[in-house]
Every structure is written in C-alpha cells, then in structure tokens.
Write a protein that binds this ligand. Structure first.
Ligand code: ATP
Length: 268
C-alpha cells in the first residue's frame, strides 16, 4: 500500500525523493549512516572499522548541503550544520573549544550527523599555519573521527569545493575515507530536481513537460532549478503553477543569471 498518512503539501515530511539525481551520494550516505544501524551484527563482524564519515565535493549549488539535510530529516537524524570558517574565533583555544562543543552537542542529540561545510577551511594541510590553530583543530578532528573520544551514532559529513586542500590524514581509511563527487546535474537529473520541487507545490504540469523544459538547460545547477520553482510559486500565490508560469520563472531566473555573473555574493 501507499503512504498511510498524507496531509497538506506544505508540511510533507522530508524524503529521499526530495533529492533529485546525486545517486552515488545517496547510496554512500545510505551505506554509511543507515545500513550500520539496520544490520548491526554484520557490521560488528567486519574486519575493518566502519567508516566514520563521508566527504562530498564538487561545485557550489549542486546539493551537498541540501542532500545531507534532507536525508538526515527523512531518517530522523539530528543534523548539526557547521559553516567551516565560523569555528575560528579571536582567542587562543576558541576553535578547539568550538569543535568540542559541536561533538558534545552531536553526541547528546544522537543519532546525529555533523555536517562541516567548507571543510577545507577547517582542516587544511597541517604545517602551514604559524599560529598552529588549524593544526590543533585537525588533530582534534582526527581524535573524534578515530573515536578515541567515542562517538556512538554520530556521523560526520564534510563538504568542500577544494578537497585537494584538506589534510590527507583526515581522508585515510576509517575516517572520511569515501569522497563522493556531486556533479552539475545532467538532463535526467535536472528533470528529477525540478520534479522534486514541484511535488511540494500545487501544479498541473506533466512529467513529459518537465523533461522537455529541463533537457536543454545545460549548465544549470540544482540551485538554479530550485529558484525557478520558487519564483513561479511566488507569482501564482495560492493557485497552482501551470507550464506558462514555470516558463516565466525560468526566463526570470535566466535573466537574473546574466546579472549576477560578475558577483560572487549569493543570497538564499
Ligand atoms: P555550496 O557549496 O554553495 O554550499 P551546495 O552544493 O551545498 O552549495 P546546496 O546549498 O545544497 O548546494 O543547494 C542549493 C539549493 O538547491 C538547495 O537549497 C535546494 O533547494 C536546491 N538543490 C540542490 N541540490 C538539489 C537536489 N539534488 N535536488 C533538489 N534540490 C536541490
């Protein structure tokens, strides 16, 4: 049978289907965060320590943050989002203190996942910072990832657009040992992403129409596509979105694109 309960479209619970494309990311997150709790006996027998985390890398706006937040919500894992640069304070010892607090909070909220965005800024190659701050942060992260300060049901997911800058020790087996690329969406992904956002609003557009609309949009990120649906939704207010409104949203987004090409500021 289908889902037992369904209420208004605005408060539908998060689902894996809300994330379009990103098949490899979804599979890895499933294997890392979901499977161990479903098959504890199997995992206890593994000769290697199960991995403690995953690194997602790839261009901005392709769903690294969105995928982890949505999947955590769907699986009722508490998600603690840490913006890399925010952990560095003015005072000596402040960053280490922040890291400690983050993991304590995660442990108290377990099952949980700590998501580090811009991880390259948190954990760059050691030995290049004469204040020693980032080196200490990296060492501390290694401790947590190795479970010296035991983590139970706390997963770590890191995201970066520059994985080459991250200290290599963090990426060794048992740590963030699986790196998954989050690519720009292809034609099929683009349709899936647009569809996923349309499911949350009233509309009368068919899957075929969505495919025809999105297949030519080479170079559009997931964030661009999400914005099209937002624009269309705002324009129709309480009514349902039809194809012409979606097209209008697309044209607005495209016009906006050329405007912002020179600036890196992004608003969400
Ligand atoms: P950044 O590196 O700039 O943080 P990101 O890769 O984390 O970028 P997100 O912030 O996750 O990108 O994506 C921006 C928005 O695009 C999301 O809030 C969501 O609405 C939409 N989006 C991204 N990826 C997907 C996806 N796979 N399916 C559906 N919507 C998506």
């Amino acid at each position: 049978g289908g889902p037992a309960s369904s209420s208004t479209s605005s408060d539908t619970p998060a689902s894996w289907d809300d994330v379009g494309g990103l098949h490899e990311v979804k599979k890895t997150l499933h294997d890392t965060m979901i499977l161990p709790s479903k098959m504890p006996k199997l995992f206890a027998k593994l000769p290697l320590k199960a991995r403690s985390g995953v690194l997602l890398f790839g261009p901005s706006g392709c769903g690294k943050t969105f995928a982890i937040q949505t999947i955590a919500a769907a699986e009722k894992l508490n998600c603690i989002v840490v913006n890399g640069p925010e952990i560095f304070g003015k005072y000596i010892g402040q960053s280490e203190q922040k890291i400690r607090e983050i993991f304590e909070r995660a442990q108290a909220a377990a099952p949980s996942v700590v998501f580090f965005d811009e991880f390259d800024s948190v954990a760059p190659q050691r030995g290049n910072d004469n204040t020693g701050v980032t080196d200490r942060v990296v060492n501390q992260l290694l401790c947590y990832l190795d479970g010296v300060e035991v983590r139970k049901d706390v997963y770590v997911v890191a995201a970066s657009s520059r994985p080459d800058l991250i200290d290599a020790a963090l990426l060794r087996p048992g740590r963030l040992d699986k790196a998954v690329y989050c690519p720009m969406p292809n034609a099929e992904d683009r349709a899936a992403i647009l569809m996923a956002h349309l499911r949350k609003v009233a509309h009368n557009i068919s899957a075929e129409e969505v495919i025809a609309l999105t297949s030519p949009l080479q170079g559009w990120s997931s964030a661009d596509l999400a914005a099209v649906v937002s624009t269309a939704t705002m324009r129709v207010q309480q009514q349902s979105i039809d194809l012409s409104k979606l097209r209008a949203g697309l044209n607005i987004q495209r016009a906006g694109d050329t405007d912002v090409s020179g600036s890196s500021a992004s608003e969400t």
